[in-house]
Design a protein around this ligand. Sequence first.
Ligand code: ADP
Length: 622
Amino acid sequence: MSQERMEFKTEVNKLLELMIHSLYSHKEIFLRELISNASDAIDKLRFHALTNDELLEGSADYKIKLIPDKEKNTLTVVDNGIGMTKDEAVKALGTIAHSGTKEFMQMLENKEKSPELIGQFGVGFYSSFMVADRVTVYSRKAGEDASVGIKWESTADGSFTIEPYEMNERGTRIVLHLKEEGNEYTDQWEIKDIVKKYSDYISYPVVMDTTKKEEDKDIVEEETLNSMKAIWLKDRSEVQPDEYNQFYRHISHDFKDAASTIHFKAEGTSEFAALLFIPSKAPMNILYADFKSGPALYVRRVQIMEHCGELIPSWLRFLVGVVDSSDLPLNVSREILQNNRQVETIKNNITKKVLETLVKMKTSEPEKYLEFFNEFGRVLKEGIHFDFKRKEEIASLMVMQSTATDNGKVTCLDDYLARMKTEQDEIYYITGKSRAELEKSPYLEALKEKELEVLFMTDDVDDIIVSGLMEYKGKKFKSILKGDISLGKEDEKKEAKEHFAKLTEKVKAVLGDSVSEVRLSSRLKNSPCVLVSGDSDMDPNLEAMLKQMGQEVPKRSKILELNPGHALIEKLNAEFENNPDGEKVADISELLYDQALILEGNMPSDTAKFASLLTKIMTETV
Ligand code: ADP
């Protein structure tokens, strides 16, 4: 078999182009990426060797070696991990397997040249081309013949070559032919610095031959550059804040510090250590179905899985970190994890700890908490929907603005309950896009006047969440967009009902099936009328959202509520008493309905008729 030339997939070319031209700062992270790949390759070998020790080919002396060469201006990264077959190399080093890469590239194009994104989208290997103009990869799969080895090479010119290459040792050797301006990466001190900074916690030795002068002789020694400390196994008191930060950056590929660190050990029925972080920014793909969630799972310091979603509920999927169990078997599989009591215990413990941490942050660092909630509140709220046992506890962590908070300031359900009026027995909320928009809503008028607090729910999942929750600490939620709201005094209401009984019947007769009911309202102050949904109807915002997504929404007619305190309704009533079958009452009924539609953000069904009616009425009054 001879050399073959293959084209990169288009997205790789695009990515390489952006890598080379857009990411100027933090070029040195290419080394972190290569070391991390090498460490993953050793993890994989170690994992497979648990059931097939022939793969080790007699040596379990795992290491990652860095070989700088000043004369050739190359830097070589060698590992004795699992290696790649030809097919694997073609796939791994010629395509981008990860989703979200399109968004990643768009962000780069949009000049958000943020290197922290590199890790998130697993474009690690290609970052070599930030510093090298030619990259050669030699690899041989563990447990195979020397002849299975391959040589892969590319100059990032749209294609790569691949050919057979005899290799006695298993693993992968990556040679970076550095660019002129990349020659600092052949400097021993520079390399040591970068390894310390980004790869100190790699659990295998990262070594380099270093020269020492002893009695005027140069002595070459293999030096281990990283500390390999499993800091999650240490006691909290033994770890410095800075060590946590470095570790966080190392595992998350984030350039910012974490918002919060949660480190604990459990002993007793289940023995494990957990070191978890809440990042300060949400990754862009956290709402995608294929988001890789969960901390890394280690069993007695051996990494079993990079992301173990089984260890956390999915509504805490923003957590990153490490869980190291002493009880699980080393050859634990996904199937075992799914119904395992140990795993269940770990998950419960973690959930409890994280909720405790959030409660504490919410009370003692409200500003920081608000930042957290802005980033991850949406994910957290999923727990209210999915975790029946903890829904109230999670709901207590929600924060939102309300008619009682200043613009931009938030409150929470417990504070709302504390402020509730004695005669009030429901938690009022209104859903919509923004506070500014909601403040103008006619639905708020009477509640505002009576100084009843209304929560502004501006996240588009809020209605689903709150309807699912139904009540909080015994108080029912009440959307002021839906159903009846009883605010006035009972005897006054009864009186008004009798006074307007005939009129409401008439308006309903005029409007026919366009509305399901016409009744008096106690929620209005300055507006003559409003349309409301029935209690069990879909939230109007959700309806708008579904329509926007092109979904069929069942058509349901709404309830028209008239404001008995409004002069127009009073006059209409008088007109109706004098002239029950006159045109005027019918015309105005229709106009009222159309106007209510417009207030909701909808169009009258017959705009021409609406305009002509309006003209007619205006002509009569001018
Ligand atoms: P990621 O590491 O996020 O998957 P990379 O582009 O860095 O993305 O690597 C792509 C793939 O190439 C890896 O998933 C792995 O299969 C393979 N690979 C890279 N480096 C090595 C290595 N040193 N040994 C074995 N396989 C490797």
